[in-house]
Design a binder for this molecule. Structure first.
Ligand SMILES: [Zn+2]
Length: 250
């Protein structure tokens, strides 16, 4: 067996990229280093047979310089996915990983890539909204979905704990629609409940393909199956107010 330096070899421009056509800023780490160690095993005992060549580059003082060392092991991957699932940012996850695995040389980039892989696996070729619909339909959610053909038009969902909270605190709810682009590319209607101690809680969510009266009315209709609110507050949005009037006249 021959162990070679990980900077051995030279950059091969397989795609014939020039500085103009190359999209990523790349810098090859390969320096054509010819350092190598020849080892062999005799009856299960390994021995070094030959050391040849010299490093033609400075030796890194830090193992994080080696891609192989930065790679996450299976245990670390599982940790990263668990924390990613809880919504932690890669820079926070890396702190936890480093604390827990003293030998880890991973950087935020490996964490970021692992979370990306996890997301792709989770979606399994479905769009994010379809994945969401599937998730809420077999977990602890009260959910309603309206499809148009094969496309998801509206989704309404409430966690079971929110359902119980709403039934306990059913007086005032705040309605807020965020138009900021999320990964589903759909506006999100957020229903927020208020407890007797004036604490707020997330009551329900709706992804609506349109921001019209009909869409709001549909979402509120689903909400009204769980609870009949006494007061609904909005930020003076006319279409939403008309939607409310349709579902809760008077
Ligand atoms: Zn070398």
């Amino acid at each position: 067996m021959v162990l070679k330096c990980d900077r051995g070899g030279e950059y091969v421009n397989v795609l014939n990229l020039t500085d103009e056509t190359r999209q990523r800023e790349t810098q090859t780490r390969l320096t054509g280093c010819d350092f190598e160690i020849v080892c062999s095993s005799v009856k299960g005992v390994w021995a070094v047979r030959k050391i040849s060549g010299n490093h033609n580059h400075e030796l890194g003082g830090n193992l994080a310089g080696h891609a192989a060392k930065r790679r996450l092991n299976e245990l670390e991957k599982a940790k990263v996915r668990a924390f990613g699932g809880q919504g932690l940012a890669p820079k926070d996850i890396i702190c936890i990983v480093r604390k827990e695995f003293a030998n880890s040389h991973s950087t935020a980039k490996e964490i970021y890539n692992e979370l990306g892989t996890a997301r792709t696996e989770e979606l399994r070729g479905r769009g994010p909204i379809k994945a969401l619909v599937e998730l809420i339909s077999y977990t602890n959610y009260f959910s309603k979905v309206r499809l148009v053909g094969d496309a998801v038009n509206y989704v309404f969902f409430m966690h079971q704990s929110s359902v119980s909270m709403c039934q306990m605190f059913c007086t005032v709810f705040l309605l807020d629609c965020t138009y900021k682009t999320n990964k589903f590319g759909m506006p999100l209607l957020n229903v927020v409940g208020i407890t007797s101690t004036y604490a707020t809680f997330n009551a329900g969510f709706a992804y609506l393909h349109a921001e019209n009266e009909e869409a709001y009315a549909w979402a509120l209709q689903q909400f009204s199956e769980v609870v009949t609110p006494k007061v609904l507050c909005t930020d003076w949005e006319l279409t939403l107010m008309n939607g409310i009037a349709r579902v809760f006249p008077g």
